[in-house]
Design a protein around this ligand. Structure first.
Ligand code: PLP
Length: 422
């Protein structure tokens, strides 16, 4: 039999966050220790899924054995179970301030990732484009080409705390643009958007008749008493799809519980929503048992967040201080999530990918190269996940500091820091 060739479109799919682990595993196989600062998976570190939520599922599974009305081994509604959709709708109205959300406006998916993928699949024809933040989470830039869409990145303003710049948006839009993605708080920069940035996007989307894809998966993970503003809560006319889930806020990425909330004040999305619902039916349903965690999570006291935020904020501070003390590295202070995206000065002939691979090889410190998230041409960055404990982080940053100094010496390169620490 001849060899099976994959589809051409898969060539454009890459996911640096996991791809780089292949290199790390090789080094680990040689018996060397890796310091993993690369993946935003809180339970890998010292964070736990709230026990109360876990027990909801175990009770449901046990009940399934005795009571056919409670059977979570069945498929469920393609849009998700009613009780959970109602809880998401109430949370959207009360906490997020989004106007008039009904359970019918909510779909439940296998992680927010599935809802995002289906929202893209249902929207674009070959040659259409979706504007994506650069840097931004690579799921979007990975999935758009799968549906024969074009990538259309807009650059975030690092000099202004990675906020969004209206002029930049206007430069990028064209007549095939269908939507704009806003990730708030952002992965990989950790920026939490201010009201002005969000109003700019709304105005831009209004003028250009775009849907806003609002990825708010980190909306409870904010530092310094920062407030999260849900962009749909500001919209009286522009259609917004808000993506959320339990993965990050409730420390359970592996349970795969996500959703999308359709906010459509002028009812311009009805045909599109029917198409998305068709796609939902074609994949049957999201995993059933864990959907029962949604209502208790959203209606609970969120006690776990006190400890989570206290620990993560301290780790954010260590990250910010220690990275900015390294000559050649400058880091904007993250306002939310658990990522920092420091800039690094590099000689012209070295890419951030090469730097990160050499750092890994020499020290075992694993971060992700900035080009994996998109970045302004001519700049170099890497992404750090600051979920590991304080000792691990300090050790990793110390190794990074020593490595960077040697690296510059080897390349006869004289770095300067781009930003002044606050
Ligand atoms: C911005 C952003 N959106 C979506 C996701 C995926 O979330 P889920 O686990 O719900 O699929 C991630 C995961 O890291 C993310 O960072």
């Amino acid at each position: 039999m001849k060899t099976i060739k994959p589809a051409e479109r898969t060539k454009k799919v890459s996911y640096a966050i996991r791809d780089i682990v292949v290199a790390a595993k090789k080094i680990e196989a040689e018996g060397r220790k890796i310091l993993y600062l690369n993946i935003g998976d809180p339970p890998v570190y010292d964070f736990e899924t709230p026990h109360k939520l876990r027990s909801v599922v175990s009770k449901k599974i046990l009940a399934s054995e005795y009571d056919s009305d409670e059977n979570v081994s069945t498929y469920c509604d393609s849009m998700g179970i009613q009780e959970a959709r109602a809880a998401i709708a109430r949370d959207a109205e009360i906490r997020k301030g989004i106007d008039s959300v009904e359970p019918e406006d909510v779909i439940i998916s296998s992680g927010a990732s599935e809802a995002i993928t289906l929202a893209i699949a249902g929207l674009i024809n070959p040659g259409d484009n979706i504007m994506t933040p650069s840097p931004g989470y690579p799921l979007y830039s990975g999935q758009i080409p799968v549906y024969h869409g074009e990538l259309n990145p807009y650059y975030l303003n690092e000099e202004n705390g990675w906020q969004i710049d209206f002029n930049e948006l206007e430069k990028r839009v064209n007549d095939r643009t269908k939507a704009i993605v806003v990730i708030n708080p952002n992965n990989p920069t950790g920026a939490n958007y201010n009201k002005k940035s969000l109003e700019n996007i709304l105005e831009f989307a209004r003028q250009n008749e775009l849907i806003i894809f609002a990825d708010e998966i980190y909306d409870k993970l904010l530092f310094d008493d920062n407030e999260h503003i849900s962009i749909a809560s500001l919209s009286e006319d522009v259609p917004v799809i808000t993506f959320g889930g339990l993965s990050k806020n409730y420390i359970m990425p592996g349970w795969r519980v996500g959703w999308a909330i359709f906010h459509d004040p002028l009812n311009v999305m009805s045909e599109y929503r029917k198409a998305v619902n068709k796609l939902l039916r074609a994949r049957l349903c999201a995993p059933h048992p864990q959907q029962h965690m949604i209502a208790p999570a959203l209606e609970g006291s969120d006690e776990h967040l006190n400890t989570v935020l206290k620990k993560v904020e301290k780790r954010r501070d260590i990250t910010y201080e220690m990275l900015n003390d390294i000559p050649g590295i400058s880091c904007v202070k993250p306002g939310g999530a658990f990522y920092a995206f420091p800039r690094i000065q590099l000689p012209k002939n070295v890419s951030d990918k090469e730097f990160v691979l050499e750092l890994l090889e020499e020290t075992g410190v694993l971060v992700v190269f900035g080009s994996g998230f998109g970045e302004k041409p001519g700049t170099n960055h890497f992404r750090v996940v600051f979920l590991p404990d304080e000792a691990t982080l300090k050790n990793a940053y110390q190794l990074l500091c020593e490595f960077t100094k040697e690296f510059y010496k080897k390349h006869h390169f004289n770095p300067h820091n781009v930003f002044i620490k606050e």
